[in-house]
Ligand binder design. Structure first.
Ligand code: GDD
Ligand code: MN
Length: 378
């Protein structure tokens, strides 16, 4: 193809200057105060390298994205992805990494807890071609986890590490690390297999690889968080456990279904508790039963919205629309449940089996229909 004369005469930008060799992906949520200092620290640590940083912000109320763009306006090495209506560290990392065209991609926290001075060592290790993945580890010689904020966090972190080491094909002393680097093409190969849920993207990468990755661990200090607060909580740990279960099950049973069923089981307890209370207040079984059903449904809806569909959480008017739909769907599910159990029972199936079959069909229906109608993926 020949270029029009005028275009051909235009000086081409110097591609070697324009393209980064390393993209640093920084997931952030409410990290406004940390953006500028992080860019500065990266500039110092990566001096002489061609690098860029991508802040992936989930529309933080503190306007982290606006802060990143303010800096990007005068520093072309800074980019920002602002995601609306979505939450999640892992999916933020994935999107940031997939927005890169660099040869290498690093992931690090946006709260200055990770030691950016280790990035060049990671890069050097990968450039040799001897390793697929470089991980900043707090648990190898020279590393240090003293920045973890409390005893509780230490225990949580140790528990996670022990669990993870049981299922991992490679030895990683710090499988919970959120600080690592790999070749972008490797990330692209693995991306379609990732679970994209929760916190533990590194573990997900390692577990998703079709072959054992060659890992080098780089000792790191883990600094104290100065501004903002940690988002790691018990729910995050539960999601982490779920990731392990998912990988152990080979991804056959959808995790959401397990969560949904567990929530449903809790709902049964709530139902029974309300029913008991109602009966204690006076023997009006039918009325108590109705109240118990509604309370249990509201409870299930809320829990599913908070946990099962944490990443697609409904809010505002959507929340009410979702709740009404959920009641309808589960109402039909309950009718199906009772009806099927009744039919089986009359066909001389043992009452336990008949009841269990009804319940299973009910929960599968509730799950399948609410997944498409109530929490439809946006
Ligand atoms: N975009 C986006 N969306 N970013 C998020 C979200 C989210 O939902 N949740 C957290 N982040 C960002 C934070 O803003 C921060 O930059 C980074 O992800 C890590 O979150 P923290 O809340 O600071 O996590 P932490 O310090 O408790 O956990 C660190 O230590 C763990 C091991 O104990 C992280 O490095 C983890 O990756 C690590 O596993
Ligand atoms: Mn942190």
């Amino acid at each position: 193809m020949t270029l029009p004369a005028a275009l051909a005469e235009m000086p081409l930008p110097d591609a070697r200057v324009a393209t980064a060799e390393l993209t640093v992906v920084v997931p952030c949520f409410n990290e406004r105060a940390n953006v500028a200092p992080l860019v500065e620290k990266l500039s110092a640590a990566l001096r002489g390298l061609r690098w860029e940083v991508v802040f992936v912000d989930d529309d933080s109320p503190d306007r982290t994205a606006a802060e990143a763009r303010r800096i990007a306006a005068f520093d072309p090495r800074v980019r920002c992805i602002r995601r609306i209506g979505r939450r999640g560290l892992a999916s933020a990392v994935i999107e940031g990494a997939l927005s890169s065209s660099a040869e290498f991609v690093a992931v690090m926290d946006g709260d200055l807890q990770h030691d950016e001075a280790r990035l060049p060592d990671m890069l050097d290790a990968l450039r040799t071609g001897a390793f697929d993945l470089a991980v900043g580890s707090r648990h190898v010689e020279g590393g240090d986890a003293s920045g973890l904020s409390s005893r509780w966090r230490h225990a949580l972190s140790d528990l996670g590490i022990r669990l993870a080491q049981r299922v991992m094909p490679v030895r990683l002393t710090d499988p919970m690390s959120g600080f690592f680097m790999l070749r972008r093409t490797l990330f692209e190969d693995l991306a379609p297999r990732l679970t994209a849920k929760g916190f533990k993207i590194l573990l997900d990468l390692v577990l998703s690889a079709p072959r054992t990755l060659r890992v080098v661990e780089i000792p790191c200090r883990f600094r104290e968080r100065v501004a903002g607060e940690s988002k790691l909580d018990v729910l995050v740990l539960a999601q982490f456990g779920a990731l392990l279960v998912d990988k152990l099950l080979g991804g056959v049973v959808p995790l959401r279904f397990l969560a949904f069923a567990a929530v449903g089981a809790l709902g049964v307890l709530v139902h029974l508790a309300v029913l008991t209370l109602g009966q204690m207040l006076g023997d009006r079984f039918a009325a108590s039963q109705i109240v118990a059903t509604v309370v249990a449904m509201a409870f299930n809806f809320q829990l599913n919205n908070q946990i099962t569909y944490r990443d697609q959480r409904l809010r505002g008017p959507d929340l009410w629309r979702g709740f009404v739909l959920f009641m309808l769907v589960c109402g039909i599910g309950a009718v199906a449940n009772v009806g099927i159990a009744q039919v089986l029972y009359q066909a001389h199936t043992a009452w336990t089996l008949a009841g269990a079959m009804g319940a299973v069909i009910g929960v599968v229906w509730n799950y399948a229909v609410s997944a498409t109608l109530v929490w439809r993926a946006r």
